[in-house]
Design a protein around this ligand. Sequence first.
Ligand code: COA
Length: 558
Amino acid sequence: MRILFITHSFNSLAQRLYCELSALGHEISIEFDIADEVNEEAVALFKPDLIVAPFLKRAIPESIWAKHVCLVVHPGIVGDRGPSALDWAIQLGETMWGVTVLQAEAEMDAGPVWASAVFPLRQAMKSSIYRNEVTEAAVQAVRLAVERFASGNFVPQRVAGQTHALMKQADRAINWQTDSTASILARLHAADGFPGVADRLFGQPCHLFDAWPEASLKGEPGSLIGRRGTAICRATRDGAVWIGHVKAAGGIKLPATLALPMALELPELPLADYWKSSAATWQEISYEEAGGVGFLSFEFYNGAMSTAQCQRLTEAFKWAETRPTKVIVLRGGSDFWSNGVHLNTIEAAESPADESWANINAIDDLAEAILCCKRQCTVASLAGNAGAGGCFLARAADYVWVRDGVMLNPHYKNMGNLYGSEFWTYLLPPRVGDDGAKAIMRHRLPMTAKESVKLGFYDACLPGPGFAVDVARRAAELAAAPDFAAQLAAKQAKRAADEATKPLAAYRAEELQEMKRNFYGFDPSYHVARYHFVSRSLNSWTPRHLARHRDLDWKIPQ
Ligand code: COA
């Protein structure tokens, strides 16, 4: 079928549905929901059999739903209606939640139901629930709904429903004197990603994000107990929570101490070392060891890696190399493995060009450390999504194992035609061929975990449930392999041979030459794209590589 996506943006859920439905043989074109007339034009050009709305913030106009079946993905259980669906579910402590695919009609979310799926609701940030449980449930429900639509004999059912209002900041407000830690965490989790919880810190209005529980620190309710790295710890009535990110009034979302520099005066509350704390606390980089395998996790918010984070991780990796292990597994974070350099800290710097340069060099140093690791075999295990430089940083490891369901965006051009570094010119072509590498970079499209393995870019796609256990088992097997010494020797020999053919320094210098032009050259595209990205500017048009119906040579297949 020809399926038109009308969507607020091409977010990870829309990307996943795009890949899943394309893999089933459907032809997908995308229009961003900017204005009714633009949507009408897209429908007229593409003449879709079906319209799917993965992520909408406004209603579809009657001019479209009256003539075409439009399937809307609603992040709520059957009968749930209205905005802030996930926010209410998390804040009210629901234990089961779901996704409903319903047909667009005049009243929002009130149309007949085509399919639905449910899941247990974890206590976690909304953005994490959305990228994991909601996305998996949406894939299941949309596939079923599309199948039912194609069958031509399914009659969607109307259900009674309850409409809730848009959640306002008044509904989210925290009373630090009286609210419990659990209720504060639920409020911060329900608002994570967007819009955050409006509050005051150091007397300044701001929005809070990225909350983590703290098991042992305590203080006067509402007081700031201290900081660890860039996060701050605030006391509650019965404990404390960590706040990792803050958006100061008029600013962008930043690591807390960067958003509010006065937080740097707070006492530092360091952890002893990289070993994973056994109690709940804020720990960005952590290390565990079992069966000859070292596991290095880096829980960087949104997968963005600032200069300082890259430096800290490089230091931790070099420390992990000194351990008596045979394999190092680079685990990344629970939601993202890495999305490359940190565009928000770059934007906030006095000279974004200088900070871009520092950040790309710091991430290249990390990639180089991984590439040059001699004593251990390295594995990148991707439980979460990766984008841009993050995809190539993972490829610097000897093996890349990726969880089924993870979305990858191994290209840079969407960020103002950025050339990219992280040794992609060394790492990508041998895996997918020169033409394959050019196509991936040019098409700028997302890739599923399965596709990445099919293309030869990554090495194994492992089932979602039990991924961590599976990775640990495979890594332990690798460490215990009778031919481990031979494998290590072969890896060292390959690196030496590659180095003799063309040194890593030459790849790096060539890539950075291009990046210098992006950062300091006369074409400001990267700086403009980054500004719009970090400011979350609304889309004003759909890029041509997504809106296929707008290609000049696009014709309806006969
Ligand atoms: N730096 C800073 N923040 C980043 C980031 C980066 N490199 N990559 C993602 N984020 C943030 C987004 O701003 C967003 O923040 P918020 O929702 O908390 O405000 C959050 O991560 C999720 O990103 P979003 O774009 O909504 O997720 P997605 O799953 O729809 O798309 C990507 C994933 C990777 C395609 C997209 O985030 C992207 O293009 N990132 C930039 C990659 C890049 O160009 N890196 C620099 C070159 S190495």
